[in-house]
Design a protein around this ligand. Structure first.
Ligand SMILES: Cc1ncc(COP(=O)(O)O)c(C=O)c1O
Length: 369
C-alpha cells in the first residue's frame, strides 16, 4: 500500500549534480538529525570541532587510499567548482615569462584554456575542435615544449563524451588534469600528475566541494610570485588544512560516505570493471541498430562516463527524450550547447539502470526506425 522512497526513484542519467548511491542517501538520512554523539546535525556542526576534523580527516584518508596517493601529494577540499581551478592553476603555477600548454579536447578544456589566457601566456598543445572534438589526440599529436609551465588536459569530456584512455607518460613538464567527470571511476597513474582537480558533483558527492590533489614539491617551488589573493593561493589551504575559512562541511561529510561506499564496492579496479560493463551495454544499444542511433565520438575515444548519441532527426530526439522520461529514464538530454542525447553513467548509476536504458533504446528503435 505504501510506496517506498526507493520505488519512486527514477533512473537518473543526469550529467551533474548526479546520482548518489542510495545506501549513502540512507546513511545521511539516518544521521541527519543527530550525528553520532554530537547531539546535533552535521549541518550544524562547527568546522573547528574535533568531530568535524575527524570527518574531514577520514574522507581524506579514504581518498588517499582509493587513489593510491603517496606522501608526495596533498589533498585539498576547496570551493568554487572546477571552474575556479581554471584560474587557480595558472595563478599559482604560470609565472610571468612562462607559457602553459592546453590540450583542447572539448568545451571545458577550452574554458580552462581561455581562463588561463586571462592570467598569463598560454598555447594550444592540440586542438581537436576542427574534428568536432570527436576524438582524443594521439601522443604524437601533442606539441610539447620542455619550457612549458605545465600541460593541462581534461581526462573526460563531459559534453562531447570522450575520455583519455591513457595519459602522457615521461613528460618533461608537469601534467595537470581536470578530472571532474571521471575521478574515482577507474585507477589512474597519479605519479604522472602534478595536480588533479575535480568538482565533486558527479562521482564524488554533492555540489559545493572541489577536490584538489597537489604534488607538494611543485607548490614549494611555485610560491612567492605574483600577488595572489589569499583565498586563491593553494598554500593558504594547505597550511590551513582546507579550513582557512569555513569549508563546505556537509558536502565533505557526504563525500566521505561516498568514498566509504567506493571502498566497500572494492575500490577503483572494481569500479572501472563495473563502469566498462555499464557503458558497453549502452554502446551496444547504439551500435546494433543500423545507424538509427549514431555515437558522437570515435569508438576508441568513447567515454565510459558520458555516452553521447544522436537520432536521425531532432524531432525523433525530442520524442525519445519525452518517452524516456515517461519510462522513468531521466536526464538524457545532451548539453544545451550541443543537443542530442547523453547518458551519464557515473559510479552510482547501476547496471540495472543501464540495462533498462538499453532495452528502452532498442524498443524505441523498433517502433520508430
Ligand atoms: C570536465 C568538467 N570541467 C569543469 C566543469 C565545471 O565544473 P563546475 O561547475 O564545478 O565549475 C564541468 C562541469 O560539468 C566538467 O564536466
Amino acid at each position: 500500500m505504501f510506496e517506498t522512497a526507493e520505488a519512486r526513484r527514477v533512473d537518473n542519467f543526469g550529467a551533474g549534480p548526479a546520482a548518489l548511491p542510495v545506501a549513502v542517501l540512507r546513511e545521511v538520512q539516518n544521521e541527519l538529525v543527530t550525528y553520532r554523539q554530537t547531539g546535533m546535525s552535521v549541518l550544524e556542526l562547527g568546522h573547528r570541532t574535533s568531530d568535524y576534523a575527524e570527518i574531514q580527516g577520514e574522507a581524506k584518508r579514504r581518498l588517499q587510499r582509493l587513489m593510491g596517493l603517496s606522501d608526495d601529494f596533498e589533498v585539498l577540499f576547496l570551493q568554487g567548482g572546477a571552474s575556479l581551478q581554471f584560474a587557480m592553476v595558472p595563478l599559482n603555477f604560470l609565472d610571468d615569462g612562462q607559457t602553459a600548454a592546453y590540450a583542447l579536447t572539448g568545451s571545458w578544456a577550452k574554458k580552462a584554456y581561455q581562463e588561463g589566457k586571462l592570467v598569463g601566456r598560454v598555447r594550444v598543445a592540440a586542438d581537436m575542435a576542427d574534428m568536432g572534438y570527436r576524438r582524443i589526440p594521439h601522443p604524437e599529436e601533442l606539441t610539447l615544449d620542455p619550457a612549458d609551465a605545465y600541460l593541462h588536459l581534461t581526462s573526460n569530456n563531459t559534453i562531447v563524451g570522450s575520455q583519455w584512455r591513457d595519459f602522457p607518460d615521461g613528460l618533461d613538464v608537469p601534467l595537470v588534469a581536470d578530472m571532474s567527470s571521471d575521478i574515482l571511476s577507474r585507477p589512474v597513474p597519479v605519479e604522472r600528475f602534478h595536480l588533479i582537480y575535480a568538482g565533486a558533483q558527479k562521482n564524488l558527492g554533492p555540489a559545493g566541494l572541489t577536490v584538489v590533489i597537489l604534488r607538494k614539491s611543485w607548490l614549494e617551488q611555485a610560491t612567492a610570485r605574483r600577488v595572489i589573493p589569499t583565498m586563491l593561493r593553494y598554500d593558504t589551504h594547505l597550511k590551513g588544512d582546507s579550513r582557512y575559512n569555513t569549508p563546505p562541511v556537509f558536502s565533505i561529510y557526504v563525500a566521505g560516505l561516498v568514498l566509504q561506499w567506493l571502498e566497500e564496492q572494492g575500490g577503483l579496479v572494481a569500479m572501472a570493471r563495473r563502469n566498462q560493463e555499464k557503458a558497453a551495454v549502452v554502446y551496444q544499444a547504439i551500435d546494433e541498430g543500423n545507424n538509427f542511433y549514431s555515437g558522437v565520438v570515435d569508438a576508441d575515444s568513447r567515454s565510459d562516463m558520458n555516452v553521447t548519441f544522436r537520432l536521425p532527426t531532432e524531432e525523433l530526439e525530442k520524442k525519445f527524450l519525452q518517452e524516456a522520461k515517461v519510462a522513468g529514464l531521466v536526464g538524457l538530454g545532451g548539453h544545451r550547447s550541443v543537443g542530442g542525447c547523453r547518458a551519464s553513467l557515473y559510479n552510482a548509476v547501476t547496471l540495472d539502470s543501464c540495462t533498462r536504458l538499453a532495452e528502452f533504446m532498442t524498443d524505441f528503435r523498433k517502433v520508430n526506425g
